[in-house]
Write a protein that binds this ligand. Structure first.
Ligand code: SF4
Length: 224
């Protein structure tokens, strides 16, 4: 059933790896990222996996991450903010309530910029279907970052549907985070994740509908 999408994704991954000496993959351990990671690791078992350890994740997501790291022997790098959650809340309060853009900037965007600095290619699990902000996603893009660097950004599952993602995981007997069975369709930090609005896109439950992107995928300028 999934032969064509998997073949296309594998071709994208192979083409990307041919052109890269030091690729990385950012993984949130949501379903599409895990499907993507499974495909990538079959071609590059030692790929660097970057995880944004914001300090605000669901405990069940962290347990799931640790399980996959152990079972798949992943080369994971946990990227942390300069301040602990306690220090940030002592200085600024609950930024996720008062200024989520700043909170995401401190706990996601800045650590990501440090994490990808030594890599020449960035694999992502982005999909067009996820939200209106991702509708024009291309499998191969070149992005200009605030530090002046350009980086290849590759999204092998760019045209996959959520059904195809879950079918791939099921066919390959890969477990998913238990939160999906509770009705969540997009899972990020616990304070900023709710179930989606009926009939809306999968990311409509993020940040209480106040925004759709944390900044990881909007901090750079797409050049092609
Ligand atoms: S998703 Fe929420 S808690 Fe996580 S970094 Fe962004 S604002 Fe902070």
């Amino acid at each position: 059933m999934l032969q064509k999408p998997v073949q296309t994704a594998n071709e994208i991954i192979a083409r990307a790896l041919e052109s890269s000496k030091n690729p990385c993959f950012t993984c949130s351990f949501q379903a599409e990222d895990v499907a993507n990671l499974d495909l990538i690791r079959k071609q590059h078992p030692n790929i660097t996996v970057l995880f944004l350890e914001t300090g605000y994740h669901f405990a069940s997501l962290i347990a799931y991450r640790d399980r996959l790291v152990r079972e798949w022997n992943l080369k994971i790098v946990n990227l942390e903010a300069k301040q602990t959650v306690a220090a940030q809340e002592a200085e600024f309060g609950k930024l996720y309530e008062t200024d989520p853009t700043r909170c995401c900037s401190l706990r996601k965007v800045e650590p990501l910029m440090r994490g990808i600095a030594s890599h020449d290619l960035w694999f992502t699990g982005l999909r067009r279907e996820q939200s209106p902000t991702r509708a024009n996603l291309q499998p191969f893009e070149t992005h200009l970052f605030p530090d002046g660097r350009t980086l290849a950004k590759v999204s092998p599952l760019y045209d996959w549907t959520a059904s195809e993602v879950f079918a791939y995981l099921s066919e390959n007997k890969i477990p998913v985070i238990s939160l999906y069975s509770e009705g969540y369709t997009s899972i990020g930090c616990e304070p900023c994740t709710t179930k989606p609005t009926a009939g809306e896109h999968t990311r409509s439950g993020r940040w209480g509908g106040r925004k759709l992107e944390c900044g990881l995928h909007t901090v750079s300028i797409k050049e092609n």
